[in-house]
Design a protein around this ligand. Structure first.
Ligand SMILES: Cc1cc2nc3c(=O)[nH]c(=O)nc-3n(C[C@H](O)[C@H](O)[C@H](O)COP(=O)(O)OP(=O)(O)OC[C@H]3O[C@@H](n4cnc5c(N)ncnc54)[C@H](O)[C@@H]3O)c2cc1C
Length: 455
């Protein structure tokens, strides 16, 4: 379907419900979990009761052909608190890996295990990054070796959201070290599997309500059917890679599609900080008037207003492209994540500056937004990696062409010939105006009206 900015009544209702939940349930709990650095089980349970925490809910949002449901939802939830928001959506990241690589039986079996039900909440984790490098996914060291009917995993994973407390962990591991990213596969490892251990919980700058840990796998044995996808499919993929088939890795393409979602999360934090700063600047007085009356205060906020909106439009466009299978010729997913994460950091920093000394202490929430915002320039691909992805497309002809030139547009011959801006309309307009000039006054008036629509 065509890209549209017109929200449906269902979109408006989703925004209303998500915002109310963020304002009434998430925000009041945010300072506590930020301080305790504990998983907010009660809030996840409340999200599940509200219908915001189950596999079908996310499948439904992803299926929206406008592409807008998911970013609209995420922006509101992360506006509430980024750490709590991340805990609520982390299983959806694991679910997306399951959906992309799993067999229908695996999806039916494991998707419910990733979320649980109200009163019996479950968590999921996606474990890719390793201590020796997160950006360079071709350098993963965790090995998976087939032993009889089982797979045996050995290695270390770090910075894993919900790591060690997840009921299901999707683990990326190397099955053929000679094939780089194409020699990797994903495995489902349920909680309590001998050999998978939480080494330590990580003490973080921000997103402190989200549990993050280092995991180790030592002779961790899992049954063959916990390889994501079938073994035949894996062998076929490996054979293709050995033959030098250079098709782009599916995992990398998938990252481009999830990046607008991370952009929407960052926009939630950016908007929270921006709104707070505008409100504070309208109320705070200095030198006899509200500080927002000074251009030195208002102009940086005006720049943020424009930049947040621009980043949101990029995120919505990329999300619509993902939903409609439009190819990401110019790294449009990366563009949205890059812009949204960098504007989030700037918005939070400007919010501190606007609040002065009050912004620097934890009496106000802005210092927390500053700590939270920074993560977006690091995880799901650092800003440098986003620039690399965009940079790699620059030598291609497609990337030098604006995206809207590449879209198929309207196939209707009539619109092409007689639509707005067509040569036929231009000629007809000229002819009409010429005629009207020679005509009586009332016809001339009509000509004037036609020539200035919108007056
Ligand atoms: C709070 C948090 C939660 C996370 N959650 C998860 C999770 O749930 N699952 C998961 O698998 N991972 C997770 N991560 C890992 C995250 O994705 C990685 O930290 C990230 O990919 C960066 O990897 P790195 O930390 O190893 O940095 P490195 O790859 O070591 O990079 C260090 C610096 O070098 C730059 N750099 C590297 N290569 C280049 C290059 N070619 N050109 C220019 N600059 C370059 C990077 O941009 C960065 O600035 C999480 C991280 C954090 C902090």
């Amino acid at each position: 379907m065509a890209f549209t900015l017109e929200l449906t009544p269902a979109h408006h209702e989703l925004v209303r419900r998500a915002h109310t939940f963020a304002e009434e349930v998430i925000r009041p709990a945010a300072p506590k979990y930020d301080e305790l650095q504990e998983c907010p089980w009660d809030i996840v349970d409340a999200a599940a009761r509200e219908g915001f925490y189950n596999a079908l809910f996310y499948a439904d949002l992803i299926a929206d052909p406008t592409g807008l449901s998911l970013p609209l939802f995420l922006e509101e939830i992360f506006w509430g608190c980024a750490g709590i928001g991340l805990t609520v959506v982390l299983p959806a990241l694991a679910l997306s890996a399951l959906n992309q690589a799993g067999t229908p039986e695996q999806i039916a079996t494991w998707a419910p295990e990733m979320f649980g039900t109200p009163g019996d909440i479950k968590l999921a984790a996606l474990a890719v990054s390793e201590p020796q490098g997160g950006s360079d996914v071709s350098n993963l060291q965790t090995r998976a070796v087939k032993d009889g009917d089982d797979w045996v995993l050995n290695g270390t994973k770090i910075w894993i959201g919900n790591g060690g407390i997840a009921d299901v962990t999707v683990v990326n591991a190397v099955v053929d070290p000679d094939l780089g990213t194409k020699g990797q596969a994903m495995f489902l490892v349920p909680k309590g599997t001998p050999g998978m251990d939480q080494v330590r919980r990580l003490d973080k700058l921000g997103h402190r309500a989200s549990h993050t840990a280092e995991l180790s796998f030592t002779d961790c044995r899992i049954p063959g059917d916990q390889l994501l996808g079938s073994e035949d499919k894996l062998n076929h993929k490996l054979d293709k890679a050995r033959r030098g088939d250079s098709t782009r890795s599916a995992a990398l393409g998938a990252f481009e599609q999830t990046r607008p979602m991370v952009a929407a999360m960052a926009l939630g934090v950016a908007r929270a900080a921006f709104e707070y700063a505008c409100d504070y600047a309208s109320r705070r007085e200095a030198f006899g008037g509200p500080i927002i009356e000074n251009q030195g205060v208002a102009f940086p906020l005006a720049d943020l207003a424009a930049d947040i909106d621009a980043a949101r439009l990029l995120a919505w466009r990329a999300s619509w492209m993902a939903a409609n299978g439009v190819p990401f010729h110019c790294g449009e997913g990366s563009m949205s994540k890059l812009k949204a994460s960098e504007v989030a950091v700037r918005a939070a920093e400007q919010a501190i500056q606007t609040c002065g000394g009050w912004g620097y202490v934890s009496d106000l929430p802005v210092e927390k937004w500053y700590r939270d915002a920074k993560l977006y320039t690091i995880f799901e691909g650092t800003s440098e990696i986003q620039r690399m992805v965009i940079g790699r497309t620059l030598a291609t002809e497609a990337s030098q062409t604006p995206q809207h030139h590449l879209l198929p547009g309207d196939h209707g011959g009539l619109s092409r010939k007689f639509g707005h801006g067509s040569l036929a309309r231009a000629r007809a307009g000229e002819a009409f105006l010429k005629l009207a000039q020679k005509a009586p006054h009332r016809l001339l008036e009509l000509g004037g009206r036609l020539a200035s629509p919108g007056r």
